[in-house]
Design a protein around this ligand. Structure first.
Ligand SMILES: *[C@@H]1O[C@H](CO)[C@@H](O)[C@H](O)[C@H]1NC(C)=O
Length: 190
C-alpha cells in the first residue's frame, strides 16, 4: 500500500469528522452511479470532481463519499487560502497537499501548476474536489450570476451559479494524460 504519514494523518482527522457525520448526525448518503463503472473505476484511478455548493457542510459529504470508496486519505480539494490557518483542520489540509488559492490568478497559477502536477503523479489514486461556482449558492448571488450571463451572452443556468473557469482551465495541462476521469457531481440534501 502506498500510504504515507501525511495521508494517514488526514485520514485520522477526517475519519473523526466522518464518524460524526455518519453516526451522530445519522446522515445517509445515496450515490447514484452507474454500477458497472463504479466497480471498475471508482477509487481505482485519479479523478477530478466538480460539485455544486450551497452549504457549509458540503465538503464533509464529499469526505463521507470518499470514505465509502476507501479513498478518504487521498481526497484533496481546492480551498481558500485563509483556511490553512484554522487550527487542526486547516493545518491538516495544508499538510495533506490541499490546493490553497488566494483569488489572485497570477499567484494561484503557479501554485496550481506545481501542486496539480504533484498530485497527478501520486502512485495511488487521488480525488481532487473543486466547487466550480467558487462560492456558496444563494438566491442573491444567483440573480447576479443570471444578470452577468445575460450581459455577456453566456448560458443562463437555472440552478447553479456560472462556474469560474480559470482555476479549472489552469489545472488541465498538469493533469493531461494522468487524470483520466472528471466526475460531474450534483449534491442534494433531503
Ligand atoms: C445542487 O443543485 C441542485 C439543483 O440542481 C440543488 O437541488 C442542490 O441543493 C444543490 N446542492 C448543493 C450542495 O449546492
Amino acid at each position: 500500500m502506498g500510504c504515507n504519514i501525511i495521508q494517514l494523518n488526514t485520514f485520522f482527522i477526517a475519519s473523526d469528522l466522518v464518524f460524526l457525520g455518519d453516526w451522530w448526525s445519522d446522515t445517509r448518503i445515496l450515490l447514484y452511479i452507474d454500477r458497472e463503472e463504479f466497480d471498475k473505476y471508482y477509487g481505482k484511478e485519479h479523478a477530478y470532481c466538480v460539485m455544486n455548493h450551497t452549504y457549509e457542510v458540503d465538503w464533509l459529504i464529499g469526505w463521507m463519499t470518499c470514505n465509502r470508496i476507501r479513498l478518504l486519505g487521498n481526497c484533496k480539494a481546492y480551498a481558500k487560502k485563509v483556511i490553512q490557518y484554522v487550527p487542526v483542520l486547516g493545518w491538516a489540509w495544508k499538510f495533506s497537499e490541499f490546493v490553497f488559492l488566494e483569488r489572485s490568478f497570477n499567484k494561484d497559477k503557479e501554485v496550481i501548476n506545481r501542486q496539480i502536477t504533484e498530485l497527478s503523479e501520486h502512485p495511488d489514486p487521488i480525488w481532487l474536489l473543486l466547487f466550480p461556482e467558487g462560492t456558496r449558492f444563494t438566491p442573491k448571488k444567483h440573480e447576479a450570476s443570471l444578470e452577468f450571463a445575460q450581459k455577456h451572452n453566456l448560458p443562463e443556468l437555472k440552478h447553479h451559479l456560472l462556474p469560474r473557469t480559470r482555476g479549472f482551465i489552469a489545472s488541465l495541462p498538469s493533469m493531461k494524460g494522468k487524470v483520466p476521469a472528471v466526475y460531474d457531481i450534483e449534491l442534494a440534501f433531503n
